[in-house]
Write a new protein. Sequence first.
Length: 461
Amino acid sequence: MENTTIEFNEVDYIVPTETFKIEFSYLSKQGFPFVKEFLLKALYISPLSKFELSSFFGFNLRELAAAIEEPISKGEIAYSDEGKLFLTPLAKGYFSSLDDKPMVETPQAKSASVSFELAGFNKVKNQHQNWHSGLRLKVNHEIQSLSEQHARAMFTKHFQQLVQNDELGGFKTHDNSLPSLYSVDKVTSKKTIAHRIKRKFEIDLDNQVKPLDLRQEYVNDEAVVQEILNETDNFRLSNNLNSITSAWDAFEDMSISRFVHDASIDFRSLLAEMVAGSYDKPYELLLGPLYSKQPMTVIESYLKQLKPLKKAQKAKELSWYGANTRYWGMSDGFNTAKVTLINYSNKGKSKNYDLKLYLPCDEHPNIESQAGRAWKHKLGNLEFCEGIRNGLFDGSVEVLVLEGEFAAVSYHLAIPDISPVHVPLGFFTTDQKLVAKIARIADEFLKSSSSNGQPNLIGKL
C-alpha cells in the first residue's frame, strides 16, 4: 500500500498541430531484367570473353552486342587488357554474396501526410481531436513561422523511425528491407489540427503528486512538459476551504470533512473506507470530478435501474451544477459523461428525466453574452446548458441531483500546498432526506440573487 497512488483529477491539453504534405524520394533495391541479371552473375564469377558469353547464352554476336551495350554505357562492365569482359567495382557492389541476386538502389518517389505539434515539434497522429474541453497550450511562434523548414529537418532526422512505425505507408523494397531516405523534395503546410494530451493527476498516500512524465510519448518531451507546467503547475491556487466548509455546514455533511485538514488530506483513511465500502453510512465516497471514471461508474449503475415515467407523469430535471474552477470540464471525459447522461434520459420511448447543465459564470458587466462566448469556446456544444453566477458555494462545489432519486456532490478542494489543480472529493447518496436537502439548497441558489442584487440564474447561454 506504500506505493499506492490515487487518481484524483484529469485535465486535457490541446496543442495546435500542423499537417504537412511531404514529397520525398527513397532508395530501394531493385532487381534486373532476366538477361542482365544472368550476365552480371556470370561475370561476377569470372571475367569472360565475348565468345565465351555467346556460347554461355546461345547468343549470336548481334544479340550479345545488344545485351552488353547498356551495362557498358553505365560503367557496370568493361574490357580488360586481355579483351575479356569483367565487372567494375560499381557492379560488384550490386552483390552481397555469390548466391544473392544482383540488386541496385534506385530512387523511388513518394509522398506522405505528416503532422507535428507546435510546442516541441514532435511527430503526432494526423487525427484531429477537436479544440474543446481542454486547456490550449501556447505554441513556439518562432518554430511556427519556420514550420516547413522544421518539418523537413525532423522528417529527415526521424525517417527510419517513421518507417519502422509504419507511419508513412507502404514502400517498394526487396525482401521487406528498410528503405533509406534519398531526398526531401517538397514540404507544404496543409492545415492546422488539434492534438490532445490527456493528463491523469495522481497522488500518493503522503500527499505527494506524481510528476508529469512524457518521455514515452514524445521525443522532445521537455518542451511539451514545460508548456503544460506553464498552464497548470506554475499557477498557484487560492485556498478555498472556507467555501467548502460552508457547503459542509449547509449539507450537514461529514462524508469528506473528516479526511481534510488545513494543508493535507488523509488519503490513507479515505482509501481504506472506499475499499471497505460505506455500507453503514447513507452515502458512497467519490474521488474526482463527477464526470471522471469512478464517480460516473457509481452514477451510471444507478441510472441503469431507473424506472421510466408513465405518460401522465411530468419528467423531473436531472440538474448538473458545474464547479467554477479553471480545470472543470477541461477533459474529454466531461463530454463522455454528458453523452452518458443524455443516453439514460430516455428508456425506449419512455422518459426518465430531462438533463439541465448549469454552467458557472464569472461576474462581468455583459455577463449574458460574455458567458455564452466563454463557454462556447471551452465546450463547443451548449445544448441543455444555462448559465449561473459564480456557482454553488463560490463555484467550489459540483452537484448532480435528480430529486426523489439520488444526488452526487463533489467538493473541488483547492489546497495549493498539495496540488496545482483542485482535488475533487465527494459522495453519492440515495438517502432521500439528504437528496431533498441537496436539491433544496441548489434550488434556493437558482431562485436567489448575488450580493449585488443580480439573479443567480442567468438563463440560456
